[in-house]
Design a protein around this ligand. Structure first.
Ligand SMILES: [Zn+2]
Length: 286
């Protein structure tokens, strides 16, 4: 019954109407920000620096070198082998998200160069079912890692996820093992993998590929954790420390390598790949 309420609540949020919003209220400083200004500033509040969630196309555009991106995702489509139904059948839920986002599942990416380094860049789409990892997301990440290894590319994944996709049950949990195994291909070839954790990075995504990178970056203020703070608080019946599960706290406690503002992300990423990728190192020494 509780689960049923959860689905129902999520479904009714927003009233079901798609009215384009011109102004957004910053949840951090409460300033009214003009959406176009926000977009021009990579979805970072010009007043206080709060990082809003960012679309995957904009994300790829921001990180890939100009005119180098070629999409590799989008050919794998989700199935509904369990014929799962909660407040609505999973298949209908999928169609709704597919129509809304124009892609088959919660991931988008392809080949590109980043700072001149051949790369394979993947971004999780929070707008598609909360960026949840089902079979397609797992498969795209595994394929991405395999292709990067085969072609001598660095792998970069921008995580934005509520965790495993409940409607795929155990099939979704299996993606944790699958993505983890696929990353080994890169390690065997000494090719770098950089993970960028954006808000939020939680559940099975944190517990698998997002936390297994050579270098782990996070955006400021991002929620990062396995279970959510509310669930942990209810379980341990203790108050959690200030800023618990935010990137700055996790950096202090050794889970991240660096918290990088979005405006610096491309430059920092290019520098890391230049240092770690064999081609980057060769260029440097030449
Ligand atoms: Zn603000």
């Amino acid at each position: 019954m509780a689960l049923d309420r959860l689905f129902r609540r999520r479904r009714t949020r927003g009233g079901g109407r798609d009215v384009p919003e011109l102004w957004l209220k910053c949840p951090s400083c409460e300033a009214q920000v003009y959406k176009k200004d926000l977009e021009a500033n990579f979805m970072v509040c010009p007043q206080c620096g709060h990082h809003f969630r960012m679309g995957v196309r904009e994300r790829v555009q921001m990180l890939a070198d100009e005119d180098t991106f070629s999409e590799t995702t989008g050919r794998v489509h989700p199935q509904d082998p369990l014929r799962f139904s909660d407040t609505e059948p999973y298949s209908e839920r999928l169609s709704r998200y597919q129509q809304k986002t124009g892609r088959p599942d919660a991931i988008y990416g392809g080949t590109c160069t980043i700072g001149g380094v051949p790369s394979l860049l993947l971004a999780m789409d929070y707008a598609f079912a909360g960026g949840s990892m089902g079979s397609v997301v797992g498969e795209e990440i595994a394929r991405g890692a395999e292709q990067a290894a085969a072609e001598g590319r660095a792998l970069v994944i921008v995580a934005a996820s509520g965790g495993a996709r409940m409607q795929e049950a155990a099939l979704s949990l299996m993606q944790m093992a699958k993505t983890t195994m696929a990353l080994d291909r890169l390690w065997e070839k000494r090719l770098p993998y950089v993970s960028i954790m954006s808000d939020p990075t939680t559940g099975g995504v944190t517990a698998s590929f997002a936390a297994l990178a050579d270098v782990i970056l996070a955006e400021p203020g991002a929620l990062i954790g396995f279970a959510g703070p509310r669930v942990i608080k209810q379980t341990i019946r203790q108050d959690l420390p200030e800023g618990f599960q935010r990137s700055e706290f996790l950096l202090q406690h050794g889970m991240l390598d660096r918290v990088t503002p979005r405006s610096e992300l491309k430059a920092v990423l290019a520098q890391i790949l230049g240092l770690l990728h064999p081609e980057g190192v060769r260029n440097d020494g030449a």
